[in-house]
Ligand binder design. Sequence first.
Ligand SMILES: [Fe+2]
Ligand SMILES: [Fe+2]
Length: 412
Amino acid sequence: MDKPIVFDPYRIAPNIDVIPSWFPIPGFGILPIHAYLLRAAEPVLVDAGLVSLTDEFMEKLSSVIDPVDIKWLWLTHNDQDHIGGLQQLLEVAPKMRVVTTFLGFQKMRLFQPLPMDRIQLLNPGQSLNVGDRTLLAVRPPTYDAPETTGFYDPKAGAYFSSDCFGTLMSEPAESAAEIGSRAVRDGLIAWAKVDFPWLHQVDKSHFANILNQVHKLSPEIILSNHLPPAHNMTGELLQYLAEVPASEPFISPDYMPFKANAERRTPNKDLVSAAHKLLLTGRYLQLATVTRAGRPSLRNIAYAVDNSKIYFLTGYASDKYREIRENPYVACLISMDEEEWDKTRQLKIEGQAGLETNQQTINSVKTLLGEKYSGMRDLPPAPGHAIFGIELKTGYLMDNSKEQFCSEKFVF
Ligand SMILES: [Fe+2]
Ligand SMILES: [Fe+2]
């Protein structure tokens, strides 16, 4: 993904839709920038998308509700990734009022006039009745703007947390559970250090008390603007946030390393094509995963390959199935063995493994495996086994036949 994009909305709870956007940050991954539609008796839109994608956001929003029917726009805060559709909504939804704090209102007036009769001032601790439920305004444990106000909907068991629980990711996902615990932890801590640098100054026991306030509400679902919907993950997410004050602070890259990083991420065509040749000629590969205890785990596997992924098959009860579902980061090694060490070549690939659910992909992977390995010609139909695809990210090509020992790193 090289530019921001709005995806189609989808339902994430009986009366809640997400309008998902994704924002790539070169060198760091992608950040979800989601807005939510709470279909209460008086419909509530929670934030209004990115400023740079206002038209696309309004189009997707209109596919799930006629904007005229929106009664409340709950603006969690006034950052540019939350207020994209504000102006258009004020025009097309005449009954709509904007829920914000006094500071939020004043900040909005810095960039556009706003009639007071379109505003509903509300502070953390106060409530808003939206017809069939009462929303409790809360200050999330972490925030990057002082007007930030999220809310808890006791009827849906949903905690709308604004920027809090934001997570840097490597690829889009529809739910936080899909990402895997390790990737959520790493991405959440990484983003928290960037967006809430003040966390390194807070007293840890005081912060624990603040986190405990969310725990006491025991929400079933956390709806952050920067994390895919997280069902039954509240304890886990709070635990990751609690780790941030003691972590190493984030140091902003200055221009040069940032540029070098961007250059390093440009694929080297020769190395990528050499890697593909090795992948196509290799018979087996060694697959390394990480166990729940953080220990490395290694085995030889049969595999198939296409242009973008390595595929393999495994049983649902296997160690690798469990390990990858918990932590999708894997490494693979293919070795072209020769009698003499100075003629050997090796390819190491680092990537992320994901369960393949597309039936067409599953069928074509089975055909490829059957063509390569005679023992896999008549595979029983799913669901006896799972097929994983490893997205190729970084490669290391080691060619000992070159005059000097040669090991080159590249991206796919
Ligand atoms: Fe923000
Ligand atoms: Fe934000």
